[in-house]
Design a protein around this ligand. Sequence first.
Ligand code: AMP
Length: 401
Amino acid sequence: MKILVLNCGSSSLKYQLFDMPKEMVTAKGLVERIGIEGSRIKHTKVGSNAVVKDVDIANHKVALKYVVDLLLDENNGVLENLSELAAAGHRVVHGGEKFASSVVIDVEVIEAIEECVPLAPLHNPANLMGIRAMKELLPDLPQIAVFDTAFHQTMPPKAYIYGLPYRYYTTYKGRRYGFHGTSHYYVAYRAAQLLEKPIEDLKIVTCHLGNGSSITAVDGGVSIGTSLGFGTVPGVIMGTRSGNVDPTLILHIMEQEGLNPAQMSHVLHKESGFWGLTGISSDLRDIEEAMEKGNERATLVVEILAYGIAKFIGAYTAAMKGLDAIVFTAGIGENSALIRNKVCDYLGFLGVHCDPGKNDEMTGGKEGDISKDDSSVKVLVVPTNEELVIAKDTYQLVSQS
Ligand code: AMP
C-alpha cells in the first residue's frame, strides 16, 4: 500500500512516499517558497539523484499537483498510476484536547483543527491548507491527521494545569499541551525495542533537542510530563527561543521598552536562545565552534543548555519515581557528543554513566546505546522518524476502514 506523508508549512511542503507495511520510503522531496518568488521543488526517487525544478508555485494545490506528477513521472516517479496511492497522512501541529490519537479526516475533524488555530496560529492554518489542497486535487483519497500534541494528552491535570485563575483554562484553553509528541513516541518505543523490554515496564526520559527542543517523561509508554507548554517557548534554551523565563521579567521588559505582546512574542521566539545570548548563531555547531575558540558567551550557552536538560531529567525521574533510560534525538541529540556528555556528567548519582568512546562515535544518524556496561540507567541515541509514525498510523486507519 502506497502512502504519501505530508508536512505542510505556510510556504513549504515536505513529502515522503512510503510502501507499507514494508516501511520503505521510495521517494521524498521538499517544495519551498510556495506563493513566493523563487519557488522550487527538490524531488528524490530513492536510489537515484535528486531532481530540482525551479517553477512558479502559487499555492499548496499547485505544489501538490507537481508532487503527484513527479511521483508518476516516467524517469523520477515511483507510481504507475494514481490508483496505487491509498492515502495521505498529514502532520498536524495542534489537536488541542480533542485528539489523543490520529484520525481519518472528515468535515468535523477539519472544523476541530480550525478551532485549534488560536492555539497554533502559525502552524494549523498551514496544515489545513495542505489538507484542503489535497482534498481538491484528489477528492476520493482518504486523508489522515497525526497530531504533534496527541501523545501528551495522557498527562495528568497536575502536569498540565498552570497555577493561574482556573477560568483561564476553561475560557481560553490555557494549559500545557506539549509538542514533538510524534517524535517522543517514536524514540521511546524504539528505545524499548533496542533494550528488548516491554515499554510498559520502562521509565524513559526522551530528549528531543533540535532547533526546537522538548524533554518528556514517558512512563510505561505514555507521556506524563513534557517541557514545552501552552506554546513552544518554555523548557530548555533553544536556537532562538528563550526556554523557561520568570514571567515577571517579561512584563518588566515590556514596560521598560514599551513593547506590545506581538513584539515581545517576537523577542521570545526569534531573538532569544543561542542567538540572543551570543549574537553568533542559532545553530549549535557554530556555538560549539565559537566555544572551542574561547568565546565566553558560547561557552555559557553550552553550559545553560546541558544544565537545563539535566535538571529536567532529574525532575522527571522524581515525577516517574525512577529512571531506566534516557534517549537523545533530533539534530543536537543525535549529533552533539559534547552536550550528551555534559548532561550525563550531572546524573552519575542516578546511575547514569556514559561511555566516552561510544558517545563520540554516535553521530550522523547512528542509533545505539552509549552507556557504560555497568550503567544502571541506559543512555541511547535514536534518530527520530516522525514520518514513519505518520505512515504507520495512516496505514492502520486506512486498513481498518
Ligand atoms: P533539527 O531541528 O532537529 O534539525 O536540529 C537542528 C539543530 O541540530 C541545530 O541547532 C544544529 O546546530 C544541531 N546540530 C546538527 N548537527 C550537529 C552537530 N554535528 N553538532 C552539534 N549540533 C548539531
